[in-house]
Design a protein around this ligand. Structure first.
Ligand code: AMP
Ligand code: TRP
Length: 328
């Protein structure tokens, strides 16, 4: 069975974008792959995070993974910080990556824009090399992510290929898997921008643990256009296309069929239908989340997951250290 690996940072509130762009793919694909899904908490501290908040979000993320349908019987769920082999390999990869490559990472450029050099951590800069380690440590075949992470997976491929050339075949070269329609869910108020947990305008972003009625209101208030036709056309109708994407992904109805179903509806009727689907989705998810977070399930799953993750990672780091000359 091929291997799948992905992770999410426990920073900010998880959004509908995280669910549709990433978590839903993990859930849909888990039966066809040997899956490893982790909490990227080492990545969270590339920017300062309050300790208590980080701890809470870490547990929440695991509970949300489970509430969204990840099956801990078949999927290995673990905390990155509990497996030291990630940082061991991360360092070796950092020494096989170039400043020129990291300088080209658009996420780093965006996140450090308009900031003084004394406000940007070295971790934020080198984080893609740790992400590369996260992936190739497990010989992952596929890495489902949103489009914003594609460049990091491409960098991972380059570093892995370089290492294999220098030291002999060691790592699998991973493929990014990007869902065609949900690769980027847009801000409801500014539908050319990514829906993001750090977005300043909370009306544009739906978070997974927010009040479902409030979320429905945000859908009703989403920015659209004046054409009043339910048609998927991301270029000319970004707002409506974003709502069609959300409806289609949450109901598993293809976009063409959504267009057809609402071909005689106006925007008000369509928005109401989307709002209902979103609020129902959040209501169901939150009920499951509450049940999980109040049980001992999170620790149980993490205890089991870390054992398997460490076992695989230990063997890989041993091999790498031997090849590089870091053993006796
Ligand atoms: P992050 O929250 O940056 O750790 O992202 C976790 C995962 O969610 C990554 O695979 C992102 O690409 C994905 N993601 C985040 N926001 C969105 C969005 N608005 N649309 C689609 N995917 C997203
Ligand atoms: N960098 C990813 C993000 O910000 C999270 C992440 C860290 C990740 N390591 C990973 C995703 C490995 C996939 C595979 O969203």
């Amino acid at each position: 069975m091929k291997r799948l690996l992905s992770g999410i940072k426990p920073t900010g509130e998880l959004t509908l974008g995280n669910y549709l762009g990433a978590i839903k793919q993990f859930v849909d694909m888990q039966k066809d792959y040997e899956s490893f899904i982790f909490v990227a908490n080492l990545h969270a501290i590339t920017v300062y995070n309050d300790k208590e908040e980080l701890l809470k979000r870490t547990r929440d993320l695991v509970a949300i993974y489970l509430a969204c349908g990840l099956d801990a019987e078949n999927t290995t769920i673990f905390l990155q910080s509990e497996n030291n082999y990630h940082t061991n390999l991360g360092w070796v990869l950092e020494c096989n990556a170039y400043v020129g490559e990291l300088n080209r990472m658009t996420q780093f450029k965006d996140k450090s824009k308009n900031k003084s050099e004394n406000a940007i951590t070295c971790g934020l800069y080198t984080y893609p090399t740790l992400m590369a380690a996260d992936i190739i440590l497990y010989d992952a075949d596929v890495v489902p992510v949103g489009i914003d992470q594609k460049q990091h997976v491409e960098l991972t491929r380059n570093i892995a290929e370089r290492f294999n050339k220098r030291y002999g075949q060691t790592f699998k070269i991973p493929e990014p898997i990007i869902s065609e329609i949900t690769q980027k869910i847009y801000d409801l108020q500014n539908p050319t921008k990514k829906m993001s947990k750090t977005e300043e305008n909370p009306k544009g972003c739906i978070t997974l643990l927010e009040n479902p009625a409030a979320a429905a209101k945000k859908i009703m208030g989403a920015v659209t256009d004046s054409d009043n036709k339910i048609k998927y056309d991301p270029e000319n109708k970004p707002g409506i296309s974003n709502l069609i994407t959300i409806y289609s992904a949450l109901t598993n109805v293809p976009i063409k069929d959504v267009e057809n179903k609402f071909k005689d509806s106006n925007y008000g009727t369509f928005k109401k239908a989307v709002a209902e689907v979103v609020s129902q989705f959040l209501t169901d998810l939150q009920a499951k989340y509450q049940e999980i977070i109040n049980s001992g399930k999170v620790d149980e799953v993490l205890d089991k997951g870390i054992k398997k993750a460490r076992e695989i990672a230990q063997a890989k780091v041993k091999e790498v250290y031997e090849k590089v000359g870091l053993s006796r």
